[in-house]
Structure formats: structure tokens, C-alpha cells
Design a protein around this ligand. Structure first.
Ligand SMILES: C[S@@+](CC[C@H](N)C(=O)[O-])C[C@H]1O[C@@H](n2cnc3c(N)ncnc32)[C@H](O)[C@@H]1O
Length: 459
């Protein structure tokens, strides 16, 4: 049965979420607006809850043209009743769908518990994925019982309204929530309960949109239960994997500044048969990464190593992709100034990537500007030094030879002699895409590069 959903998404994530629902859920009627993506699909709810780029998941109640409200409260209430609540039959039908989906969640959670018990009995360490985003069973059972008893047609509810633009100049969110609540009560006979409602009706009113929906899960999809220690926001970590120009199956993937491992974890979930390696200079970060890997059942798939990204103990060209969230800001201030260290850091990352491999970097605005300058400067210098620059670059897809084939295992170099001998080859990094995302208090940029064959490689 086709259901109408929408998800909220961080700024810059809408396009990735729209693609994700199309790709993973075969969703139709996909529409994105700032902060939200609407879609229809008939995938089972467990599959929908596995979306990686979304913040929260809602069942759509109503979507209409933006409204403007008269100042007179009685007239405003009439407009709300007509334009925000709309057709009561649709709300009743959506309530039935929501109830059915809660049952589906409960069943999939029970299946998860049963499987976990069986796994524990067999002493296996496979993580129980189905507990990732589902609400606690006691909570669900309690809520379900409440529903069964008296709430099938007249559930208790509260309204949570967010507004912006013109409407926000005349009405506070709280006042709008009250007016909408009264309209729902009158129109549908549902019971207001501000403390422990069965339903939370979310309404979003802006200059461009009027949207109402019911959240399907208590927790945001973006809070991964397998992250015991939080690092980079999981949706952004996933975006770095997803923006990599190629699929990363059968690949060796390195995060040379892995912190608590958010990027590696998201990539490892996406690519089940890749090899992952994480490095960091900070042992406490590595300890947290180890705990995160254990909690997610991924510890066998990711190797961690205490090492500096400035001297990566790997041979040239052994890695298929480097994904790196380069530190900036106070949270991860490092001993060396990152903008001074960036050219050397880039050179090390470029060195270990094979020709045809990829580099994905998350950088601050300032480091992004520096990255472009660094790569341009090196390209310019190499252009001046090269006698035949026009023939130096070749298509990465045509660069297959034994030395660039994907390795299945990694050997660490005890000495880093290769590092110091490596010439600056930043001209081999061909820019693919820059994507702006929001980290909440600040914006950042995801840059993707592909390493191409240059004259220096072929010598
Ligand atoms: C922005 S954080 C990475 C956060 C990570 N994505 C996470 O989810 O936790 C940057 C990390 O780089 C590490 N770091 C700083 N300088 C380093 C260096 N020279 N080599 C390796 N790691 C370094 C810090 O210890 C920190 O854990």
C-alpha cells in the first residue's frame, strides 16, 4: 500500500535525501523543499527507518499552499480549520495508517528481540540492526494498548507548530499551536493532551509552505543508536560516503583523522564488502572509536591505528578512497595550525590513493578556500615545470595496471621514507564536486576529487 511520508533534513541534505528515497525505497512523487523531502512509497516501515540522510520521519497529514492569517482570532481560527486541517476524512485515514505502521514497528522490533536472543544463545556478535531507530518496546506496547482501548478514532494529541516568515511576525508558534489544536479538537473530536499524548501533530507554516504530519518514531532517524560516543553528525558522515564519485564495494577506504569513527561507521554500513582503516593521533579518540565499532558490531571490519595523517604509514597508491573530516574550530583544535598543515596533509592523502581513486574532504569555509588555492598553486607550479603538460592528464578509467589494482589487504610501512621522497603531485587531484552542508552552528563543504594519471606517475 502506498503511503505518503516526509522527512526533515539538514540544510544542504535535501538533494541527497531525495536521491536516497528514490534509490533505496523506489519512492515516487519525490519533492524537496528547504528542510523537507516528501515522497510516496510502499516499502515496509523498517526499510524506511534505515534512511541515512534524514533527520526525522513523518506520515503526511496535509500539504497545502501557504496561508496568511487575519489578525482577528476568530477569523484566524476559521482559516486554520479550513486550510490547515482541511478534510477530516484524510486525517482519519492517516490515523488508521499511522496505527497500522505502529503495529508494523512493534512486530519488527519483536522480531529483532527474538533474533537477538537467538544470536546471544549462539554467542554470535552480530548487531541487532532493528533496534537502531525503534522506540523502546515498553513504550510502544503501552502506547499500543492505549490506542487499542479508546483511541482508535479519537486519540489524544498535542500540536507542535513551527512557523517562519510573515506569519511569524503576527503569531508565535505557541499561539498557533493552540489555535490549530482547537481546530483539530472541534473538527475531528480528538482529545488534547499536552503531557502524554498518543499523537504529536507537527505543523510547519512558512511563506511558501503549509505542512502537517505525525512523527512515526520517537527518536530522530539521525540519532544512531550504535554511536556510543558522538562525533561528526551521522547524516553528514553518510553524505561524505554518498558523494564519493564511485561506489566503494571491494575497496580499501581510509579515514586518516577518524576521531570516534563516525565517517568509517557510516561507510562500513553502506559497503559491506570493503576494507576500512582509521587513524588518529589521539588515543582517547581511538578508544571511543573502538567502543563505537563494538556497539555497532563492525569491529571486525575496521582496523584502527594510532598514527599521524601527516605521515601515513602506507605505501603509495594502496587506498581506493580517503574520506576525511579535517579538524577546524575549537572542538578539535590540533597542535599544528591546520591551514599551514593542509598542503602537506593533502600531499600525504594524494600519495596513498591509487590512480582512479577518490578523495572526499569535509572542510570549513576557510579551509575550503585554502584547499582550492593549494591545489591551483601546485597545478600552476607543475604546469610551469612541465615540458608537456597537455599530455600529462589521462582519463582515470583508462589507468588500469597491476600497480593500481585494488588491494585486498594493507601493509603498514614501519619507516615513512616513501613520504619524504614523494614529489608534490597535487595536480593529479581532479576536482569533481563541492557540496555545502550545515553543521548547525556553522556551514562546511564536502569536496570530492578523483586522482588521475599524471606524467609524474607514469615515470
Ligand atoms: C574533526 S575530528 C574528526 C571527527 C571524526 N569525523 C569523528 O566523527 O569523530 C578530527 C580528528 O583529527 C585528529 N587529528 C588531529 N591532528 C591529527 C593528525 N595530525 N593526524 C591524525 N589525526 C589527527 C583529532 O584527534 C580528531 O580526532
Amino acid at each position: 500500500m502506498t503511503r505518503h511520508f516526509y522527512c526533515t533534513a539538514g540544510a544542504g541534505m535535501e538533494e541527497l535525501l531525495a536521491k536516497e528515497v528514490q534509490h533505496k525505497l523506489c519512492a515516487t512523487q519525490v519533492e524537496q523543499i528547504p528542510g523537507r523531502v516528501f515522497f510516496c512509497c510502499n516499502a515496509d516501515l523498517y526499510t524506511v527507518t534505515q534512511l541515512k540522510s534524514a533527520e526525522r520521519l513523518f506520515l503526511l497529514l496535509h500539504k497545502a499552499e501557504p496561508i496568511s492569517l487575519p489578525k482577528n482570532p476568530a477569523k484566524a481560527a476559521a482559516v486554520i480549520k479550513q486550510r490547515v486541517v482541511g478534510d477530516p476524512d484524510i486525517w482519519k485515514q492517516t490515523l488508521l495508517t499511522w496505527t497500522a505502521l505502529q503495529e508494523e514497528l512493534q512486530c519488527s522490533q519483536q522480531r529483532g528481540h527474538k533474533r537477538r536472543r537467538e544470536d546471544e544463545e549462539e554467542s554470535l556478535t552480530v548487531a541487532d540492526e532493528s533496534t537502531h531507530t525503534l522506540t523502546s518496546s515498553t513504550h510502544l506496547i503501552k502506547r499500543q494498548n492505549e490506542m487499542d482501548k479508546s483511541c482508535q478514532h479519537t486519540p489524544s494529541f498535542r500540536v507542535c507548530c513551527r512557523c517562519s516568515g510573515v506569519i511569524a511576525r503576527s503569531y508565535t508558534s505557541q499561539r498557533l499551536s493552540r489555535i490549530i489544536g482547537m481546530a483539530i479538537k472541534e473538527h475531528l473530536g480528538w482529545k488534547v493532551d499536552l503531557r502524554e499524548p498518543v499523537l504529536e501533530v507537527n505543523v510547519y507554516l512558512s511563506d511558501d509552505h503549509c505542512v502537517a504530519g505525525i512523527p512515526l518514531l520517537k527518536h530522530p532517524l539521525a540519532s544512531r543508536s550504535y554511536m556510543k560516543h558522538n562525533g561528526l553528525r551521522s547524516t553528514i558522515a553518510w553524505a561524505m560516503t554518498s558523494l564519493c564519485p564511485k561506489q566503494l564495494n571491494d575497496c580499501v577506504i581510509l579515514d586518516p583523522m577518524c576521531g570516534v569513527g563516525a565517517v568509517l561507521l557510516e561507510a562500513a554500513q553502506e559497503y559491506s564488502n570493503a576494507v576500512f582503516l582509521g587513524m588518529d593521533t589521539d588515543t582517547s579518540q581511538l578508544q571511543k572509536a573502538t567502543e563505537n565499532l563494538k556497539a555497532s558490531g563492525m569491529e571486525g571490519r575496521v582496523q584502527l591505528l594510532r598514527s599521524s595523517a601527516m605521515e601515513i604509514p602506507l605505501a603509495n597508491g594502496v587506498v581506493d578512497a580517503v574520506l576525511c573530516d579535517v579538524p577546524f574550530g575549537r572542538k578539535f583544535s590540533c597542535s599544528s595550525d591546520m591551514s599551514t598543515a593542509l598542503p602537506h596533509l593533502l600531499r600525504e592523502m594524494e600519495r596513498v590513493i591509487r590512480v582512479g581513486g577518490h578523495l572526499v574532504l569535509l572542510l570549513s569555509l576557510q579551509l575550503s578556500a585554502q584547499l582550492k588555492k593549494t591545489i591551483c598553486t601546485h597545478k600552476h607550479d607543475q604546469h610551469l615545470n612541465s615540458s608537456d603538460t597537455n599530455n600529462a592528464h589521462t582519463d582515470p578509467s583508462s589507468t588500469h595496471n597491476d600497480s593500481t589494482a585494488t588491494p585486498k589487504t594493507l601493509t603498514f610501512n614501519k619507516s615513512n621514507s616513501e613520504t619524504s621522497k614523494t614529489p608534490l603531485l597535487l595536480s593529479s587531484l581532479q576536482a569533481q564536486r563541492t557540496h555545502k552542508v550545515s553543521l548547525g552552528s556553522t556551514d562546511a563543504f564536502i569536496h570530492t576529487y578523483t586522482k588521475i594519471q599524471t606524467q609524474a606517475h607514469s615515470h
